[in-house]
Design a binder for this molecule. Structure first.
Ligand code: NAP
Length: 267
C-alpha cells in the first residue's frame, strides 16, 4: 500500500516513537511539529538510521487554520497522497480552571480537538478510500470520566474519542478509524513525576512510548473503534465504568488538585 503517513507531534515523546516505528517499516512520512529545527533534526536522525526512509517535514501550528491550510498546500505541492493520519499532538495542561487564561483554553481545545478534526478532513480528501486508509488519533484514559483539575483535557479527549467513533461508522468499508486511550507514558519529566505520584497503580499501568505506538498501530490496522492500551488500564476502565459518578469525581478532585502540569504555558 503506497501513500504517506501524516504524523503530528512528531518531535514529542510519543510522536518520536511512532516516527521511528514507521521509518523502520520503510513507510514514507510527512512529519509535522511546531519547530522547523527540531523537525529537520528528527528527519536527519531517521535518515541516518534508516537510509531507505522517505521523510518530509513541514511546520504546522495546529491551533492556526492558516497553518493547517499551508501544511496541505505543502503536501499538494509535492504531489503527496496519504494512506494514514497519526494524530499524536496534544496539550495536557493540568490546572484548576480558575488559573486558566484565554490562550490556554484556545491552545488545548484547538490542538486536542479542532486540529485533529481538521487534519482528518484534509487527509481523507487526499487518499484513496479503498478500505486500507487509517485514521489514528491518540486520546487518553483521562477521557474515561470527567476530571476535576484536568477538566478541559479530559473533555477534549472525550470529544476526540466520540468524533472518531462517529467518523468510523460513516467511513465503514472505506477507511479504518481508531482512537487509542493510553494511560501514563513517561515522555517528559513532569509526566514521569505525575505517574510516580500515583504510586503502585501508576507504576504498573504505565507503558513506554514504543509500546504505545506499536499497540496503537496494531489497533488501527484491526479497525478497532477504541483501544485502551495495556492490561491495567483496561481493568481501570472497567472499574471506572461501574463506579458511581459522585465517588469518581470526589476521588479525582482530591488526588488531582495536588499536582499541576503546565508544560505548554506560553508556547
Ligand atoms: N504522556 C502521557 O502520559 C499520555 C497519556 C495519555 C495520552 N497522551 C497523549 O499522547 C500525545 C503525545 O503526548 P506526549 O506524552 O508525547 O507529550 P509531548 O512530548 O509533550 O508531545 C506533545 C506534542 O504535541 C505537539 N503540539 C503541542 N502544541 C502544538 C501546536 N500548537 N501545534 C502543533 N503541535 C503541537 C508538540 O509538538 P512540538 O514538540 O513540535 O511543539 C508535541 O510533539 C498527546 O496527545 C497526549 O495527550 C499522553
Amino acid at each position: 500500500m503506497s501513500g504517506y503517513t501524516l504524523l503530528t507531534g512528531a518531535c514529542g515523546g510519543l510522536g518520536s516513537a511512532f516516527a521511528e516505528l514507521l521509518a523502520a517499516r520503510g513507510e514514507p512520512l510527512l512529519l509535522t511539529g511546531t519547530s522547523g529545527a527540531r523537525l529537520s533534526a528528527k528527519a536527519e536522525e531517521l535518515a541516518a538510521r534508516y537510509p531507505a526512509a522517505i521523510v518530509e517535514t513541514c511546520v504546522c501550528d495546529l491551533r492556526e487554520e492558516d497553518s493547517r491550510r499551508a501544511l496541505f498546500s505543502f503536501a499538494d505541492g509535492r504531489g503527496i497522497r496519504f494512506r494514514r493520519l497519526v494524530y499524536v499532538a496534544g496539550v495536557d495542561t493540568q490546572l484548576g480552571f480558575e488559573k486558566y487564561d484565554e490562550a490556554r483554553i484556545i491552545q488545548q481545545a484547538r490542538v486536542n480537538l479542532e486540529g485533529a478534526v481538521s487534519l482528518m478532513r484534509g487527509v481523507l480528501a487526499r487518499c484513496d478510500l479503498g478500505g486500507e486508509t487509517e485514521i489514528l488519533s491518540v486520546g487518553s484514559m483521562s477521557a474515561a470520566t470527567p476530571m476535576p483539575y484536568f477538566a478541559l483535557y479530559s473533555a477534549t479527549k472525550k470529544g476526540l474519542e466520540y468524533f472518531s467513533a462517529g467518523l468510523r461508522e460513516e467511513l465503514k468499508g472505506r477507511a479504518k478509524v481508531t482512537c487509542v486511550l493510553p494511560g501514563g507514558i513517561p515522555t517528559r519529566e513532569d509526566i514521569a513525576e505525575n505517574i510516580r505520584s500515583h504510586g503502585l497503580f501508576g507504576k504498573i499501568s504505565q507503558k513506554s512510548p514504543q509500546e504505545v505506538a506499536r499497540l496503537s498501530l496494531k489497533a488501527v490496522s484491526k479497525n478497532k473503534r477504541r483501544a485502551v492500551i495495556g492490561f491495567w488500564n483496561k481493568v481501570l476502565k472497567c472499574v471506572t465504568d461501574v463506579a458511581p459518578m459522585s465517588v469518581k469525581l470526589r476521588f479525582i478532585r482530591k488526588k488531582w488538585s495536588q499536582t499541576e502540569k503546565d508544560h505548554f504555558a506560553g508556547k
